[in-house]
Write a protein that binds this ligand. Sequence first.
Ligand SMILES: [Zn+2]
Length: 443
Amino acid sequence: MWRKRDDEAGTCRTAETETSRRFPAWRARAVAVAAAFLAAMFAAGAPAARAAQPQVESPASQSAAEPLLAYSARIAGDDARTRIVIEFDRKPDIVVHYVANPFRILIDLPETAFALKPADLEARGLFTDIRFGAMAAGRSRIVLTATRPVAIVVADVQEEQGAESFRLVLDAAIVTEQDFAARVEAQKWQQTAATGGTAVAMLPAAGERAEDGTFVVAVDAGHGGIDNGARGVETKTEEKHVTLAFARVLVGKLNALPGIKAVLTRDKDEFLSLPQRVQLARGAGADLFISIHADTLRQKDIRGATVYTISDRASDSLAAGLAERENLSDEIAGIPLQNEPAEVADILIDLTRRETQTFSINLARSVVATFEGQVKLINNPHRHAGFRVLQAPDVPSILLELGFLSNAEDEKLLLDPTWHERVSDLIGKAVDRYRQTVVATGQ
Ligand SMILES: [Zn+2]
């Protein structure tokens, strides 16, 4: 394995010198190409994005107030009809949406604090999975996933006399596939009519690169909001909290380095889709993108950090499985999976991608080299797979699995603020080393 990595490093050094010389030209071209690429990407996903964020009947009217409190819930029924009852402290305004592949019902709510035990809304009856949580500022969501076409046939809010509470009753029943498809179509039409269907115009341009040569690093705390990510084997801590705590420390450390400015894609417990994360980094004019994770594996004895770069074909089955689970994030939140966008100016994109890829690999190697002997690494710590969050064509990107929440020893470290500081210092070193190579050879 070591021999193999040495060989790869040799090949890469040549590539690095070549691409670095052309760096500024590459940048200019990449920005133009990426804008076209992302316009296509967002256009493809536009109806989806609007379905996820209804603008006509947005329940945002309650968002300025304190969050609603959902304090108890129950579910009953069979595989033909299932009833969900949730008690709120105030009247909830809900909006129902439908998404296919798999069949899902989305219940959009104003910002809601869910004081529910997971067991209260455990999937049963028609549903194979139920999630709830924050979506974005002022909005929360419940996602009901089923294996067959289903629809809400009764949605009723009852005020409980004298109890100062409101009971939301949702009855779901199986419907025909045509019925389900008609519901999905109807909401698309409504939303297109309401927004004029100009999603591409909403696409933010790539941010300007800082003129003083400041090197911008986007740090992306994996998961968030309704997407909890993995869960610690001992403490049950959710991955979304671990990644955010770590990302905050890392941003602080990076900002303390001269010439580097670090930004977070999210700074609270909110949901961001994978394309949103990519776009936020581009909008900030990022020179690098680092996505932070701490997932779980079925093999509880596996521990240590891994650095991932993107590739069409996964390096191994562990990497493939992990990318598949990471890519589910948008699905968990009820955002329909987008078809890959039609290729725009494919030759330029290919070139840009290949060059970005070389930089991503250099960064990954820099991180692995800096970690060696300092941070526990898994075997073959640089792996690759088709992570959707790493697909910015013009921003070198890595996904850093800090360790595994499925391993008790790793979990201890992942929850230790001192370890966060130490590892963040090392990442800072690796980023700085990478930056100096780029600056020395390219600008
Ligand atoms: Zn993750």
